[in-house]
Design a protein around this ligand. Sequence first.
Ligand SMILES: Cc1cc2nc3c(=O)[nH]c(=O)nc-3n(C[C@H](O)[C@H](O)[C@H](O)COP(=O)(O)O)c2cc1C
Length: 436
Amino acid sequence: MTSRMFHLGWFLGNGFGVQAWNQEWAGTGATDWMMPDQYIDLARSIERGGFDFLMMEDSVQIPNAYRGSSEYYLRTASAAPKQDPAVLAGILSQFTDQVGIVATLTTTFYHPFTVARMMSTLDHVSRGRIGWNIVTGSSTYAAKNFGFDMPEHDLRYEMADEFVELACKLWDSWEPDAVLADVEKGVYADHTKVHTLDFEGKFYSSRGPLNTTPSPQGRPVFLQAGGSEKGKDLAAKYVEAIIANPPGVEKMKAYREDIRRRAVEHGRDPDSIKVMYLVSPVFGETDAEAEEKLARRDRAKESNIEGLLAGRSHLASIDLSRFPLDEPLPDDLISNGHRSSFANFKGDGTQTLRERILAHSATDAVHLCGTPVTVAAQMDEIMQEVGGDGFLIVGTPMHRRYVAEVTDGLSPALRRRGLIRDHFEHRLLRDNLLAF
Ligand SMILES: Cc1cc2nc3c(=O)[nH]c(=O)nc-3n(C[C@H](O)[C@H](O)[C@H](O)COP(=O)(O)O)c2cc1C
């Protein structure tokens, strides 16, 4: 049986932040992280490697969850400092031609008009290659930077729904043929085709219209990564790609079936939403070398419990230093931050916090390990089992050597099996993403 092609994205998990700054192979990351160069190299490499898009994480705070302090995060440059991914998206669009560029912008802290205008501008300057990772944010401290307390988890999704509705209306406020640019007659736009909205919602209002013209894609491609019930519903209603991290092939399959069912309930074609699974493959010159590397990484986790706890505390907005390491977390502990990821992390209550922190991976739905040829075969088998639609590679560690392993090792191996594109058929990100 011939395998179906699948999609690849690259997830820049620490956004426009400090990457592998003090590790082997980090290059000049410690001093140059705030400059665009390494991201330009990354974007060009994944374009060569046939990826659909580069997705940049974002958050808008210096974390303070672990021990109620920013000490760990600032000492280790963990999740902070960080710059605005939308600025980087604009730069990357000028150094690439075909790959999609996805920026994260939060619905909880920004205004729909700001996001609609920003995305429209980026879609223009990239000639139709922009995506928006729609997130509701998770950190109490981020909310405080904007002067309010973090709204409750499900309420944030209700706000996000109205946010996207209004943003769509703003993108549609110009009819497609409103721009004439008639130099001879001296008429730029037909004002009768540019409409005010006078939108009055529960959370947002806006007069409109948008003060920029319709962009190549009309609106950005929508992506989303929340896996709670509300998160999945928002995704099923609006997005073209959902990022997921359900552990193991069976759960991956069930997750995809669930999303496709929800999409149908929203009157959509289930093939118009791609489910992409987080993975961070480990490569070696031989399978044995890759296994050894993976084992070394697992051993390194054991000596970095504090770092792992601090990371989880940040994502969950819960100070995990308060809980005994050798007992399970309390049953009734739920997160107002990354709710579904935290529930996955907690497990079924039979393992202690220490066991969970060592066992759970935030970046791997399944473990991929071996030579590029071996990993390509593993991906083939998993995708056949799951049914689609692709993988989102998390660069850990995020440095140029790892990028090369993926784009110049794995991508050619996947191409030889006919699993990923060998050229971009279309100009627009949406068309490439929905092409198969
Ligand atoms: C792969 C992945 C990427 C994410 N990227 C971001 C991000 O850049 N910024 C952010 O605030 N939240 C991000 N999130 C959080 C989700 O979008 C979502 O808001 C969070 O997981 C809570 O949703 P849930 O409770 O529905 O799971 C990400 C989650 C995942 C799994």
